[in-house]
Ligand binder design. Structure first.
Ligand SMILES: [Mg+2]
Length: 328
């Protein structure tokens, strides 16, 4: 995948990574670099996101889901920008004792998602890690010239939409960390699965491209991410917390532990799309989302001013101790 290859590394690349390099410009990972030509009339959209064992995943998570998570969190950003994936670069830092079965499972997970999301491997590097596994993905996508959907662009009067459901992953992490919520097996499995495997909404990318005035993916918590979008758009948001879409499992958690609402709204790792849509485009956005088979929910409105406010069903302002997940 780069210069300084040993023959052991060449074998590793040929066996595990070359099968993922299906784009002709990747040259089967036999060269120092890959080349791509953007589709005519398109801008390239670039994104890099890394995950580290013990921080973004558990070291004993299945290797295939670690690979899928690394890819999907980047796919999610592309989806929120209205972009179509072209491919990705992978940098992998592995402990000495990781072993081939782990690598085989990892690349199998990567291969499945690369095929599903039509996002082949262009190249990368593998290095030794003195600590946990680190997976860094740099992804390239494309949008029509000048049309990347930005965080800036929300206007007073726009509706605020989110895809899917919010909070499942953060509550799933809570379960992993020992929270004792009274859930049935299916509910536990749902939350645990949503922590392990994000569901990036790339099927909605085209609708976002055509109808959203601003968009981002929800990775650091709905409340904090919406506040970021409002800040760069120079607007305020008024959100009806009761309309934030929740899974049955999340509802069961909140019924037993109402304080977990804060975890759901600020916990992060949702990888849903948060976007704003002008009133005149809302109907077409909904139709396009239905055609894409992605659930979208109107949770509130954009107004002049600043800050993202969440109110409960009684109209009381919710305040959060911690608006968003921060790594630092
Ligand atoms: Mg993001």
């Amino acid at each position: 995948m780069s210069a300084n290859t040993t023959s052991a590394e060449d074998k590793l690349i040929a066996r595990y990574f070359a099968p993922l390099a299906t784009h002709p410009g990747a040259l089967g990972l036999s060269d120092d670099a890959a080349f791509i030509k953007p589709p005519p009339g398109c801008d390239l959209v670039l994104k890099a996101d890394a995950i580290v064992g013990g921080i973004h995943f558990f070291n004993d998570d299945p290797a295939g889901t670690i690979a899928a998570k690394a890819l999907r969190i980047n796919l999610s950003d592309l989806a929120a920008k209205g972009a179509t994936p072209l491919g990705f670069l992978l940098s992998l830092a592995l402990p000495k004792d990781i072993g081939e079965p782990w690598l085989a499972a990892f690349t199998q997970g990567l291969r499945e998602d690369a095929a599903t999301y039509k996002c082949p491997l262009f190249g990368g590097d593998t290095v030794r890690s003195p600590g946990p596994v680190m997976v860094s993905v740099a992804m390239v996508g494309h949008v029509p010239d000048g049309m990347m959907v930005r965080r800036a662009g929300a206007k007073a009067g726009d509706r605020v939409f989110v895809t899917g459901t919010i909070g499942d992953s953060a509550l799933g992490l809570g379960l992993r960390n020992g929270a004792a919520w009274p859930l049935d097996e299916a509910q536990r499995a749902h939350l645990a699965d949503r922590y392990l495997l994000p569901r990036p909404r790339n099927a909605l990318a085209e609708a976002v491209l055509h109808y959203a005035s601003a968009a981002m993916d929800v990775s650091d918590g709905l409340a904090g991410d919406l506040a970021k979008l409002c800040r760069v758009s120079d607007v305020a948001a008024a959100i009806d917390a009761a309309r934030v879409p929740l899974s049955d499992a999340a509802k069961a958690v909140l019924a037993a532990d109402p304080a977990a609402l804060e975890t759901a709204l600020t916990g992060g790792d949702d990888y849903e799309i948060l976007c704003t849509v002008a009133p005149a485009k809302v109907d077409r956005f909904r139709v396009a989302a239905m055609a894409a088979k992605v659930a979208v929910t109107d949770i509130g409105t954009i107004a002049a001013g600043e800050g993202a406010q969440f109110r409960d069903a009684q109209g009381e302002l919710l305040s959060f101790a911690r608006a968003a997940f921060s790594h630092f």
